[in-house]
Design a protein around this ligand. Structure first.
Ligand SMILES: Nc1ncnc2c1ncn2[C@@H]1O[C@H](COP(=O)(O)OP(=O)(O)O)[C@@H](O)[C@H]1O
Ligand SMILES: [Mg+2]
Length: 279
């Protein structure tokens, strides 16, 4: 697979504070690559530096065969770097359709084909063409942000925490749409705190810690990596591989009555995850 995007040993500062301390990441054409890591690891800064919103202190970024390290942000969009930013960044006073069309501003030609494709990927947006962007739910705004980025026909789509704040069902939906976008030919660089799901759809992954890459491997390998499991997937390998055994020995044998507290306890554990949809 030809390499599409290569960032090499990039250092980025906020004032005197080093946010990225020598990060190298490559993305091949056709891949989904994910960056995982805790809050503050440098994931957003990495994406912003690729799209030109932050300047490099040192290092380089190559995209589609040329050095774009010093290229202005809007020229990177025309070159084929699309981004759906963290926190959506849609225009609240514009309609859904106007928001989508804004995504195509860098292109001179007719964008009706891209618009139709965005509506095909996100039927919810088609139903709400004339609704003001700001009155859409969190999940719908996320779809709108992704749809708008796709309007520019990017070669690579940068996604910053697309699942953030979404209810579990919508999280599933967003991840399968990302897979579909990739299947239709767009390369994806995905930043996620939802490491489990990101690793399930990605081909390769990088683990970031305090501005450095501490691990790079095929995503399936990281799903089985005990250290990664412990730090980012909320459990050890044994517990994940044998869910029945982990769900509690007392309930495992059918002839034994379930302890009174057991059902409540597991119910509570599930609903703790069940965060409502934020905006
Ligand atoms: N605007 C900013 N000003 C100062 N420091 C920042 C700013 N944005 C991010 N940082 C710092 O840079 C580091 C990386 O942050 P960020 O890239 O947002 O991480 P992540 O997206 O992985 O949570 C953190 O230490 C964070 O505090
Ligand atoms: Mg971030």
């Amino acid at each position: 697979m030809p390499m599409l995007l290569e960032i090499e040993d990039i250092h980025v500062h906020y004032g005197k504070i080093a946010a990225l301390k020598g990060i190298s990441v490559s993305v091949n054409e056709g891949e989904i690559v994910t960056l995982i890591g805790a809050n503050g690891a440098g994931k957003t800064t990495t994406l912003k530096t690729i799209s030109g919103l932050r300047n490099l202190t040192s290092g380089s970024i190559r995209f589609d065969g040329r050095d774009i390290s010093r290229l202005a942000g809007h020229k990177r969009v025309s070159a084929g770097i699309g981004q759906a930013p963290e926190g959506r960044g849609i225009f609240p006073g514009m309609t859904v359709e106007e928001n989508l069309l804004m995504g195509a501003y860098a292109r001179k030609d007719d964008s009706s084909k891209e618009l139709a494709e965005a509506y095909e990927l996100f039927p919810r947006l088609a139903e709400r063409k004339s609704q003001a962007g700001g009155t859409m739910s969190g999940g719908e705004q996320q779809m709108l942000a992704i749809g708008r980025a796709l309007m520019a026909r990017p070669k690579v789509l940068l996604l910053d925490e697309p699942s953030m704040g979404l209810a579990p069902m919508l999280v599933q939906q967003i991840f399968s749409i990302i897979q579909e976008i990739n299947r239709r030919g767009t390369t994806v660089l995905l930043v996620e705190q939802n490491a489990q799901q990101a690793l399930q759809i990605a081909h390769r992954a990088y683990v970031l810690e305090t501005g450095r890459v501490v691990k790079a491997a095929p995503a399936s390998e990281l799903l089985d990596d005990p250290q990664v499991r412990a730090a980012y997937l909320g459990g050890d390998l044994g517990a994940a591989a044998e869910p029945e055994a982990a769900s509690g020995e007392p309930a495992a044998s059918p002839e034994r009555a379930e302890p009174a507290g057991a059902a409540d306890a597991s119910g509570a554990a599930e609903s703790a995850d069940d965060a409502g949809e934020a905006k």
